[in-house]
Design a protein around this ligand. Structure first.
Ligand SMILES: O=C(O)C1=C[C@@H](OP(=O)(O)O)[C@@H](O)[C@H](O)C1
Ligand SMILES: C=C(OP(=O)(O)O)C(=O)O
Length: 427
């Protein structure tokens, strides 16, 4: 598709779709709980639809009507052995959290995904789950899909995860629900805590001490009502757009404001962005706020350490932001980017270079020198099938002089099916 370029202003208010991480977990915990769960403002993106599809194959009655989902929870022992393979599509979260749940079920299941999933390491969850007693096999000793899982009686473990990953933490905690005793996970930095918050919302208990999270199994979860906040990872594209496109003012309503996810706001603030945060609410469950951003004069920053897990999915759009900041921005400690939907260090650097950015890859991040005007002489950029790369490039095009075409635009539907419509509404 031809992207809008040389945009003179982006103005208006939008409400981004529901949070992807929260939507997945609402379906999963709703399926495991006893009784009905009603999910509102669910994200009907391809990844979350994969989660629904997998749980239907496990015998759960799930009705989806747009952004409302009703899950008839099966309660303890209620999942059924699937007669077909469980296809997680493009979704790493579905794959890894589902593995944690399957590990505790007394039956066999096969898990597959798309080409991107087949390249993503699953050993980070299959290893601790096998330690708990699950039998999981697959390519390269169970590190890659297709995977075969035979779950059953699990024993609790204390797991020191080498990576700060909410998917690893959640997989082990979910498996811990099916043990008799206390399972804990310690991570090097705090990752997003949606699983912990949602287990509590469903009436369960989780203890947090420093970077260690513990769960005592077995637990009885009760179906509930879940309101999914707007996805800050989706809002991030328009937060950056508002800051770098001239004459802009964008308000994002009902955005998730969970402190384990707001690293992008810290970076925008440190760069000097004109940002206003209003109406912070729901702090007990999942915090939400309204955020307004205006065109800003930006300065470079250093990004690393414990900030990384708080903005890991926003690094592609932060790289674009850094091209418009005065000075050298260094992103470090972000080697996890190499095992996302694409190697996001390589894809970000290759695609932004096509538009004239001064950006280079490092072993664990990127170095970006600004401020650089983006220009294109009939450039063809490519999402590489990665939703976040596609959306970052659409925002990059807005500040590019010349013509830019995007290949594989359909990837955005993984997390933000209405992205292009929302962008058009601000033009
Ligand atoms: O738990 C989750 O919902 C997610 C955790 C993160 O992955 P890691 O756990 O691999 O860091 C993130 O990148 C992904 O988009 C969603
Ligand atoms: C990495 C992502 O998701 P997942 O791991 O669920 O595929 C993402 O949404 O950027």
């Amino acid at each position: 598709m031809q992207l809008p370029t040389n945009v003179s202003a982006l103005r208006g208010a939008i409400e981004v779709p529901g949070d992807k991480s929260v939507s997945h977990r609402a379906v999963m915990l709703g399926a495991l709980a006893s009784g009905r769960t009603v999910i509102e403002h669910f994200l009907p993106g391809a990844d979350c639809l994969s989660t629904i599809d997998c749980f239907r194959k496990l015998g759960v009655d799930i009705r989806q009507d747009g952004t409302t989902v009703v899950v008839e929870g099966v309660g303890p022992g209620g999942l059924r052995e699937p007669a077909a393979v469980l296809d997680v599509g493009n979704s790493g979260t579905t794959a890894r959290l589902l593995l944690g749940i399957l590990a505790g079920q007394p039956f066999h299941a096969c898990l597959v995904g798309d080409e991107s999933i087949a390249r993503r390491p699953m050993g980070r969850v299959t290893k601790p789950l096998c330690e708990m007693g699950a039998h999981i096999d697959g390519r390269e000793g169970g590190n890659y899909t297709p995977l075969s899982v035979r779950g059953g009686a699990l024993r609790p473990i204390h797991y020191a995860s080498p990576v700060a990953s909410a998917q690893v933490k959640s997989a082990v905690l979910l498996a811990g629900l099916f043990t008799d005793g206390v399972t804990s996970v310690t991570e090097p930095h705090r990752s997003r805590d949606h699983t912990e918050r949602m287990i509590r919302l469903f009436g369960g208990g989780v203890d947090v001490a420093g970077f260690t999270v513990s769960i005592a199994g077995p637990q009885r979860l009760e179906g509930t009502r879940v309101y999914v906040p707007g996805d800050i990872s989706s809002a991030a594209f328009f937060l950056v757009a508002g800051a770098i496109v001239p004459n802009s003012e964008i308000t994002l309503k009902n955005v998730g404001f969970n402190p384990t996810r707001t690293g992008i706001l810290d970076v925008l603030a440190q760069m000097g962005a004109d940002l206003a945060i209003d109406n912070v609410r729901n702090e007990e469950t999942e915090p939400v706020a309204d955020i307004t951003v205006r065109t800003s004069t930006l300065r470079a920053v250093d990004i690393g350490g414990d900030l990384i897990p708080r903005l890991i999915d926003e690094i592609p759009i932060i790289a674009l932001l850094a091209t418009q900041a005065e000075g050298t921005t260094v992103i470090r400690d972000a080697a996890e980017l190499k095992v996302k939907e694409t190697n996001r260090i390589d894809t970000v650097v290759a695609e932004l270079k096509k538009l004239g950015a001064d950006i280079e890859a490092t072993d664990d991040g990127m170095i970006i020198r600004g401020k650089t005007p983006l220009v294109a002489d009939d450039a063809v950029v490519d999402s590489h099938g990665d939703h976040r790369i596609g959306m970052m490039l659409a925002i990059a095009a807005c500040i590019t002089k010349g013509r830019v075409r995007l290949n594989r635009k359909e990837a955005v539907a993984v997390s933000y099916p209405t992205f292009f419509a929302d962008l058009r509404s601000l033009l």
